[in-house]
Design a protein around this ligand. Structure first.
Ligand code: SF4
Length: 334
């Protein structure tokens, strides 16, 4: 498979394109960052080079685009024919968030997540991660934030993930501040430790779902290897280094994790850490037996959280109607 130019440094671009001077590679890279991927459109390149390079720089292509009021979902075909999905979420003002995938499918098999039903097909390389961002930005709005909440467990593909993040952060390239990048993990403890060691101000979100070990192990296999006590230790150590509030994603499943006892356990899990609970009523996925909680059930749970002094917010998922919300991504185009 051809390596994406987006994942190359200037020397590699020179070699790949047979360019003589570094400044020519810089011209190519500047154009790529602007989303100009057709060399014939790179007007600062010499005519000779433009005529010589008669191909498109992207290694991936859009095979389907679905739009709703606040979200656009793209299905992206990779060179080997596999398909990943990514989503742009907009707040109606100037915040446009790219939700990117890190793997094709996912090995974690969380019972409430459509991606988990696919199994892991393979890891994405850094170029394939960056090209999702480029496709989303080419839709017309400047992307301001990135969340790795698409397909896959990002911390299970650590090297390519961090390579992509460094390029997306690079001031001379996409210039996205680390503070505007969030990695969401299912609780892959070794990955959280590795991330801590880098000491970067990247935000961390954890898909907690429940603070009851038995219940969590039943629907999230990762908990059988890294139970809540280990996860908590890793989060506290991450927080000590980064001093950043951690987001605990709490996918609300009707009748499963929304009782008063669940709130008590959540309170206990959160003691000693600065965290915000992000409540996400489950996004329906065809063929899965879970249900979204009713408004009354959500209200009763949030009343408990209030009573216990737990910081929370509720995320009514954007993109739900185009199956682009959390837990709904899977490559039906594959
Ligand atoms: S919730 Fe995340 S970690 Fe779990 S199966 Fe889905 S994509 Fe994988």
């Amino acid at each position: 498979m051809r390596k994406s130019l987006y994942a190359m440094n200037l020397d590699e671009i020179m070699e790949e394109l047979n360019l003589e001077k570094k400044f020519q590679a810089r011209i190519v890279r500047d154009n790529l960052v602007k989303g100009i991927t057709d060399f014939s459109q790179m007007t600062s390149l010499s005519k000779k080079d433009r005529e010589r390079l008669r191909w498109d720089a992207m290694t991936t292509s859009i095979v389907e685009k679905q739009e709703s009021l606040s979200a656009v979902k793209l299905a992206i075909r990779l060179q080997d024919g596999l398909v990943v999905e990514c989503v742009r979420l907009s707040d109606g003002k100037d915040r446009h968030t790219a939700c990117l995938s890190s793997q094709v499918g996912c090995a974690m098999g969380c019972a409430f997540c459509k991606t988990g039903t696919m199994g892991l097909k393979r890891n994405l390389d850094s170029g394939e991660i960056i090209e999702q961002f480029v496709h989303l930005e080419k839709l017309g709005e400047k992307i301001s934030h990135i969340v790795f909440m698409g397909m896959g467990e990002p911390l299970n593909n650590f090297g390519p993930l961090m390579e992509a993040i460094h390029i997306l952060h690079d001031r001379e390239q996409f210039d996205i501040s680390y503070r505007k990048i969030t990695i969401s993990t299912s609780g892959f403890v070794p990955g959280i430790h590795k991330l801590s060691e880098l000491e970067l101000p990247i935000k961390l979100a954890v898909s907690l779902v429940t603070a009851d070990d038995a219940k969590r192990s039943r629907i999230m296999r990762i908990n059988r290897t890294y139970p809540l006590s280990e996860l908590k230790k890793a989060l506290i150590s991450f927080q000590r280094r980064e001093n950043k509030r951690i987001t605990l994603e709490y996918c609300m499943l009707k009748g499963y994790n929304t009782g008063a006892e669940d709130a008590e356990k959540l309170k206990k899990f959160m003691s000693g850490m600065d965290a915000l609970v992000n409540l996400i009523p489950w996004n329906p996925v065809e063929g899965m037996s879970f249900e979204s909680p009713s408004d009354d059930e959500i209200r009763a749970f949030t009343n408990e959280l209030k009573r216990l002094g737990i910081n929370y917010s509720i995320r009514r998922s954007k993109g739900r109607d185009i199956s682009g919300a959390c837990g709904q991504l899977a490559s039906k185009n594959e």
